[in-house]
Write a protein that binds this ligand. Sequence first.
Ligand code: FES
Length: 178
Amino acid sequence: MMTRLDFLKSAGFTGPALMALLTSCVNNEDTVVDALSLQAEVLPTTPVSTTDSSGTTTASTVKLVSPTAITSEALIKLTGVKLRIDLTLAANAALLAVRGYLVQNGMVVAQSSAGVIVAATQTCSHEPKRNVIFNKTEFYCTKHGARFSLTGAGLNNFGSGGLTIYKTATDGNTVIVY
Ligand code: FES
């Protein structure tokens, strides 16, 4: 963690530009996460994939072992489905890694711990920016540094408005956000 001042300095802001940024939206209690270390943390482990004759790429490690998994029959019966993610597609392989996440249809979907899938809106409550990502163990807005718990509670001043959280379910091959 570093202070906002440290972050802005490390990002190359000096003199008048730095002062303008500092006076625009500053609170000493708020911290931001170094974007580079954050990026390294969220890089997913990409499993080996195969591409069949029709051009469809399939991840070889396809089954999410989840303590909260439900049957495929129960998954199909869920209502109010906002997003359906096919874990057998290599494009969605980030979700197979603990702390990996995807951003789709304005939602951030992450594997927060082994087999546990969480989802939230990508739109921050501080300002309506689509800058929310998943960072280690919480949701995080890259715009000004708002932090939110997995249940959507604000963890600093910028995050005090909370974050909309969605329900999730999986049968190991598909993740449903609803
Ligand atoms: S828009 Fe300001 S912290 Fe998200």
